[in-house]
Design a protein. Structure first.
Length: 121
């Protein structure tokens, strides 16, 4: 029993020593997108929005409710993603998304360290 405990302790010690001795590796930085790449992404997003409305707007009112977005899915990660999308993009607070709301570009926060995009309020 002593031998087993000693072995486990040694393994933990060696593992921690190695982890602490090696510097953390930073993820490589990505090159900024070119204007052409940005335009291509915007075009693909617009195409996806059109497909989304074609497939999910069941009552053809030009708006997607959270229930229409979720569809028949029961996967929690998909439902959570749809709820986040609704919260971020529903600018008029009516509980539904229009094509214009989905296609609107987010405003960037200004100042140092403010890299995340945020929506205008």
């Amino acid at each position: 029993m002593k031998r087993l405990l000693w072995s486990v302790g040694l393994v933990l010690f060696v593992g921690l020593s190695t982890a602490l001795a090696e510097p953390a590796k930073e993820a490589p930085k990505k090159a900024p997108l070119t204007e052409e790449q940005k335009a291509e992404r915007a075009k693909k997003w617009a195409e996806n929005v059109e497909k989304m409305f074609k497939n999910k707007d069941k009552n053809n009112d030009g708006k997607l409710t959270l229930e229409e977005l979720k569809g028949k899915t029961t996967k929690p990660e998909v439902i959570e993603r749809m709820e986040k999308l609704m919260k971020a993009k529903d600018k008029d607070g009516d509980g539904a998304l229009t094509k214009e709301e989905l296609l609107a570009k987010p405003e960037r926060k200004k100042g140092p360290g403010k890299k995340k995009a945020v929506e205008k309020k």
